[in-house]
Design a protein around this ligand. Structure first.
Ligand SMILES: CC(=O)[C@@H](O)[C@H](O)COP(=O)(O)O
Ligand SMILES: NCC(=O)COP(=O)(O)O
Length: 243
């Protein structure tokens, strides 16, 4: 049975709140309820323009996230200072340029190895678990190992995009990357565009999956199903026998 944890990304709750400039819906209340409904973590991705999660939200969320707090983002000095102040259980480094609409690729850990090594060392010295957002490429898994990171998070958009047409082909690079991660002792997360349609197969096929972070599809599903039923269904999708 997969023991993969569900971390709910609440960026889109903040997107809705920001549409009117007030505090409805309240992201702290949402995080409390999402955890009560069974989520095993809360993920946020503060972006430099604070288009959804604001730096102040991250500070306010810390005391109420009693599962696992995962902060994702590009590690500029402002982001690094925020993470070191808030001290989440996990920080996930993402190579987004500031103007990116959403995350659209993983790190090139060969080119950026020295930079990642020194950033990761700062977080690990503070006792914060690190993860690196990575394309499902075996060569990148081996390079990620050299950075000193604890985990990698596989960028699952290509899997999600090709799931409907050929899920066997879509999952193959993820299985290969997961096996490489096991071989070199890296723990494995995954995320981006995972959904109720494609999640169970991913959890079933990918060995050693520790955590998925899911936001966009999950919050969209909650519009129809409600947050409680939605979290229940995502947890159920993860409760599959692994191959
Ligand atoms: C790293 C990752 O895949 C997610 O954090 C994703 O980028 C969500 O960010 P947005 O909600 O800004 O699209
Ligand atoms: N790390 C991925 C994440 O947090 C959520 O991505 P998405 O489900 O919003 O695409």
């Amino acid at each position: 049975m997969s023991d993969c944890k569900l971390s709910v990304n609440i960026n889109k709750i903040a997107t809705l709140r920001n549409a009117r400039g007030g505090d409805n819906p309240n992201v702290v209340e949402a995080a409390i309820r999402i955890q009560q409904f069974g989520a095993q973590g809360i993920t946020v991705h503060p972006r430099p323009d604070e288009r959804h999660i604001k730096y102040a939200d991250v500070r306010e969320l810390r005391p109420v996230v009693n599962t696992e707090f995962n902060i994702e983002g590009y590690p500029n000095e402002e982001f690094i200072a925020l993470v070191l102040e808030v001290r989440p259980e996990q920080v996930t480094l993402v190579p987004d340029p500031p103007e990116a609409l959403t995350s659209n690729t993983g790190w090139d850990c060969v080119t950026h190895q020295a930079y990642l090594q020194q950033v990761i060392a700062r977080f690990k010295a503070a006792g914060i678990r690190t993860s690196i957002f990575l394309n499902a490429e075996v060569v990148q898994v081996y390079a990620a190992r050299q950075t000193g990171t604890d985990r990698i998070e596989l960028y699952t958009e290509p899997y999600a995009a090709h799931y409907a047409e050929d899920r066997v082909a879509a999952i193959a690079p993820f299985v290969a990357a997961a096996r490489a991660a096991q071989e070199v002792g890296l723990a494995l997360n995954a995320g981006h565009d995972l959904s109720l349609e494609n999640l169970a197969y991913f959890a079933q096929q990918v060995p050693g999956l520790k955590e998925v972070s899911i936001g966009h599809a999950l919050i969209a599903d909650a519009l129809y199903l409600g947050l409680e039923e939605t979290v229940r269904r995502y947890r159920a999708a993860l409760a599959v026998e692994t191959v």
